[in-house]
Design a protein around this ligand. Structure first.
Ligand code: SAH
Ligand code: F3S
Length: 504
């Protein structure tokens, strides 16, 4: 009988991609998707360790699956991804009913491991080496890049896909667990990436998002030749049938002029740059070991704005980091008020075992202060985002239509291609646009006249082809802000968004 699989994914785009690939590998072995965890023969959790909250969610899900396992002991329960690498045996200590613990560097083993467990081989833990467990080469070798064939059916939409440019991270920011759980930075060969893009396009994909923890550190050496991200973007821009290229996440110090020029000049590359600042204070940035000062960050921002005035720049911030004083927090507020980020993802500091901050700096900002600072920073960003979005009122924007809006998705009624529904899509600068149109437009590039804006999205109507498009730079920004449309905007609170940038 066909075996059925259920998978839950938390965390960043890297995890979304890993889940797509694990499911694709199992489907090739004859597995199908189950309609619910309780009806599955294997239940997998693809996990995140970046903050405690993400781990808590998985441990409670493991608690819930326990009764299913008690009734049907044959169900294979698997914990995959970053928490598997971080907690290893601890997972089976806390939840002995877990059969499989597989780190992100061992996902290629999942199909075999599942078969072995089903054949009665008992529980298995497969993880990579710790970052201090040997030479760099040995550690890197223990994190296998996982890029088997794709399966379009497994993507959130068939016309959008993630492509991995590199695995791991070598920056070792003091607060961050990612270098520990995803291993050393290892690039994929440019020809592999381009071939993957071509194949995706042949399957109907129109937009690719390149993902790496520090995607702009990408470097591939082949003899004398070095390929950097800017070169890779040029290769992808030449792929026929591809409409849009995005890339996340950028590391501020690696934002070179050639990359900025590529974003400015290559037609398919979205003018959207996620470059997390993390904090507004030099002292805190030093305690975070981020490797730049706020002056250097602003210099980089100036180069982006100088070259591409309308580029959307977004950031991540951590509030309540070890020793953060009121005065230090206010520097982050100042940065948000002045830098003009399109949006920011704001996180309360969560101490992560294994990191330098955990070992050396006390987590001394009380939770209620973290909460309050989170709120203040989010409020400041909301004002800035709203002001930034106002400039779009009266403009015509080309939108890649992604699907039903959150409101219409919730209704869960069947929508036929000619039915008018509330749809959502994104502009070339990554702004969400909500509008009413026939559902058959999903997956297409459509011009939308923007009528109203909120802080996190724009709304409008499909252009009738009569009005002239208004270039963005011809607009004044001082008009009244129209009231938000009476619509449910897509779930888009910055913190709730999947660190759309790999919040790995
Ligand atoms: N380079 C990665 C970063 C992954 S973590 C990327 O592609 O986005 C994503 C964000 O989570 C970081 O930018 C940081 O703002 C936040 N973060 C990381 N570690 C954290 C911690 N210990 N506590 C709170 N936020 C954290
Ligand atoms: Fe890498 Fe984490 Fe810093 S992924 S760049 S160590 S925020």
């Amino acid at each position: 009988m066909t075996k059925r699989l259920w998978i839950e994914t938390v965390g960043c785009q890297m995890n979304v991609l890993d889940s797509e690939l694990v499911v694709a590998a199992l489907r090739r072995q004859g597995w199908e998707m189950a309609p619910a965890a309780a009806e599955a023969d294997a239940v997998f959790y693809n996990t995140c360790s970046v903050r405690q909250h993400a781990e808590d969610k998985i441990y409670s899900a493991l608690g819930r699956i326990r009764s299913v396992k008690a009734q049907r002991p044959d169900v294979v329960v698997g914990v995959l991804g970053c928490m598997a690498q971080k907690d290893q045996e601890l997972i089976r200590k806390r939840a002995p009913w877990v059969d499989l613990v597989v780190g992100p560097g061992q996902l290629h083993q999942v199909p075999t491991l599942v078969d072995e467990v089903l054949a009665g081989g008992g529980p298995r833990i497969e993880v990579s080496l710790d970052r201090n467990a040997g030479s760099r080469d040995a550690i890197a070798g223990s994190f296998e890049s996982y890029d088997p064939d794709r399966d379009a059916a497994m993507r959130p939409t068939p016309f959008q896909a993630f492509i991995r440019t590199q695995t791991g991270c070598d920056k070792f920011c003091a607060f961050c667990v990612v270098p520990h759980v995803r291993g050393p930075e290892q690039a994929r060969a440019p020809h592999t990436i381009v071939a993957e893009a071509r194949k995706l396009v042949a399957e109907g994909c129109r937009e690719v998002t390149l993902i790496g923890q520090t995607v702009n550190s990408y470097r591939w050496k082949d003899g004398e030749r070095t390929t950097r991200l800017a070169d890779l973007l040029a290769l992808l821009d030449a792929v026929d049938g591809l409409d849009r290229i995005k890339f996340v996440t950028n590391y501020p110090k690696d934002m070179t002029d050639d990359l900025i020029a590529a974003v400015r000049d290559l037609r398919k590359v979205c003018q959207y740059l996620h470059v997390p600042a993390q904090h507004g204070s030099d002292a805190v940035l030093a305690r975070m070991k981020r490797g730049y000062t706020i002056g250097e960050y602003l210099e980089m921002l100036g180069r982006i704005r100088g070259a591409i005035p309308h580029a959307a720049v977004t950031s991540d911030f951590i509030v309540g980091y070890c020793g953060e004083t009121d005065a230090e927090f206010r520097t982050s507020l100042d940065l948000v008020r002045t830098a003009g980020f399109k949006n920011s993802f704001i996180f309360k500091y969560s101490p992560r075992p294994g990191t330098k901050a955990f070992d050396r700096l006390p987590d001394d900002v009380p939770e209620d202060v973290k909460k309050e600072r989170n709120r203040l920073l989010l409020d400041a960003q909301e004002e800035v985002s709203l002001a930034g979005n106002r400039r779009f009122i009266g403009t015509r924007q080309q939108v890649l239509v992604e699907g039903l809006s959150a409101r219409d998705e919730k209704r869960a009624v069947e929508v036929r291609p000619d039915d008018v529904a509330q749809l959502t899509g994104r502009t070339i600068c990554d702004r969400i646009v909500v509008f009413d149109a026939p559902a058959r437009l999903v997956g297409r590039l459509v011009d939308i006249d923007i009528l109203a804006v909120g802080a996190w999205s724009l709304s409008g109507v499909v252009a009738d082809g009569l009005a002239d498009a208004v270039p963005l730079d011809a607009l004044e920004c001082d008009g009244e802000v129209p009231a938000l449309h009476d619509i449910a905007l897509p779930a888009l609170q910055p913190q709730a968004m999947p660190p759309q940038p790999p919040r790995g």
